[in-house]
Design a protein. Structure first.
Length: 247
């Protein structure tokens, strides 16, 4: 793959006489995070579905995870985690049952172990028996991410995953996606993404500053100190709020 997880050139998709995606060319390397920007109806979802194997391009060429997007869509789907724009799991199944069903669809070995791991990593263990249809938007989002990550995909494709959720749920979600490299750093307690900016916070200012300075020496980033906001205070307080559904 030469380090490229996505490498497409000139791909097109039409629906009838409507040219939805025109000459899309894109290269994404392993570890990079890219986003599609555009108004509703501009082809963002269609582009994602072509990359993950759910739609076949009408023309063009390219690969996803080294697999041909025109001829190897089934193999691509097995290695990609795709989170849809609309919650697409089953309202009348519990959280645990939803994840078990997804694991069965992927034919996973040690299915129960994988489900338990996913529940624990996404903070869903206490709600395992709760019906998905009774979840709030933020918790549905978390369940959808758990299902997306269950089979340990090599690539994540997310379609407007934080639309319509509260600030804490949005921040929690992006911590799971974008903060893996930062979580192990000294002094880092929280990481959140806002557009092209990462908000990093910690209670030990000296250790936090030292870690970020080290990061700036190896990455093309600019560090700006900002005072805590009202939203930061709200999120901090909500971290200690009791979950009424937890066992």
């Amino acid at each position: 793959m030469n380090g490229l997880v996505i490498d497409v050139a000139g791909i097109n998709k039409r629906f009838g006489d409507k040219h939805v995606v025109k000459d899309l060319s894109l290269q994404v390397r392993q570890g990079e995070i890219y986003g599609f920007l555009g108004p509703n109806g501009s082809g963002k979802t269609t582009s994602i579905r072509m990359l993950c194997g759910l739609l076949t391009p009408d023309s063009g060429r390219g690969t996803c995870l080294g697999l041909d997007v025109l001829r190897e869509s089934a193999a691509i789907k097995r290695q990609v985690g795709y989170m849809t724009q609309k919650f697409s799991l089953w309202d009348d199944l519990s959280i645990g049952e939803n994840l078990d069903f997804v694991a069965r669809m992927f034919g996973m070995r040690e299915r129960q172990k994988a489900v338990d791991r996913s529940l624990d990593e996404l903070g869903l263990s206490g709600r395992r028996q709760q019906l998905a249809g009774t979840l709030s938007g933020g918790w549905k989002q978390r369940l959808a991410l758990a299902a997306c990550l269950l089979h340990q995909p090599r690539l994540l494709l997310l379609d407007e995953p934080t639309a319509g959720v509260d600030p804490k749920a949005r921040r929690d979600f992006w911590e799971e996606i974008q903060a893996e490299d930062l979580r192990g750093m000294a002094g880092v307690d929280q990481v959140a993404s806002f557009g092209a900016t990462l908000h990093v916070s910690g209670q030990d200012g000296a250790r936090l500053q030292a870690s970020l300075q080290t990061l700036s020496q190896v990455s093309d980033v600019r560090i700006v100190a900002v005072a805590p906001s009202l939203e930061d205070a709200f999120i901090h307080l909500m971290q200690h709020a009791q979950d009424p559904f937890a066992g």
